[in-house]
Design a protein around this ligand. Structure first.
Ligand code: PGA
Length: 246
């Protein structure tokens, strides 16, 4: 696969295996080879999505991974990086704001998740973003720099790392920063990563991307793709976003 990324974050959707199968089946009709396309079903729907998408270039990813080991062990409720790779999973989301907020995931825990993923060659999509208060206080760059410290020493090679900038206040709200703001932030993220020895890392934008605003973001050389929540659950909007990035 070449080109920019369009990744659908299904979150805890849909409700049933039948619906997950139907959603994955709609992706089969997408015939675009100039975009790296991915989706992240919930754990219980990964196998179904894999089966539907096995003959397509679309990558299936996971929304979380065990921080404690990359293999197996007495960790009730966890799913390891090894188990994900064994299922054919290619990438994992780490650091999404919903995990940080609802599960109190801290820098240390996230660093461990990155490091377990790195051991087995999973691609990590590392999500960062500031809250509305932090945005209003103009501390965005400081907040992101702190979040990016989780990558230091985690052993993830730049070839297996993608960063997604997702302002918390833009997720699911219909609000987005201006393209100029996103470009400034992405430039800063790339500088930070390069200073950490992680060069040429793709930086995606996420937060209320839809078929109306995707074109604007797609045109920017600073936006290497998008992480899409709500609009990835309907084939019309997801296909239109992919088309914008093609
Ligand atoms: P949204 O979610 O596109 O629904 O705003 C994005 C995300 O949380 O990754």
């Amino acid at each position: 696969m070449s080109g920019k990324y369009v990744i659908g974050n299904w979150k805890m959707n849909p409700a049933t295996i039948a619906e997950a199968q139907a959603l994955a089946a709609t992706l089969q009709s997408i015939n675009v080879d100039t975009v790296k396309i991915g989706c992240t079903p919930s754990f219980v729907h990964i196998a179904t999505a894999q089966e539907q998408l096995k003959d397509t270039p679309i990558w299936v990813g996971a929304q979380d991974v065990c921080a404690l080991t990359d293999k197996v062990g007495a960790f009730t409720g966890d799913v390891s990086a090894w188990q994900l790779v064994d299922m054919g999973v290619r990438f994992v989301l780490i650091g999404h704001s919903e995990r940080r907020t609802y599960h109190q995931e801290c820098h240390k825990l996230l660093a461990n998740k990155v490091s377990q993923s790195a051991k087995v060659g999973l691609v990590v999509v590392f999500c960062i973003g500031e809250t509305q208060e932090e945005y209003q206080a103009k501390t965005t760059l400081m907040v992101l720099d702190e979040q990016l410290t989780a990558l230091q020493g985690a052993g993830i090679p730049s070839s297996h790392l993608v960063v997604a900038y997702e302002p918390v206040w833009a997720i699911g709200t219909g609000l987005t920063p201006t393209l100029a703001e996103v470009e400034m932030v992405h430039r800063h993220i790339k500088q930070n990563l390069t200073a950490q020895g992680l060069s040429d890392v793709c930086v995606l934008y996420g937060g209320s991307i839809n078929n109306n605003n995707a074109h604007e973001f797609a045109q920017s050389a600073w936006v290497d793709g998008v992480l899409v929540g709500g609009a990835s659950l309907k084939i019309d909007s997801f296909a239109a976003i992919i088309e914008a990035f093609a």
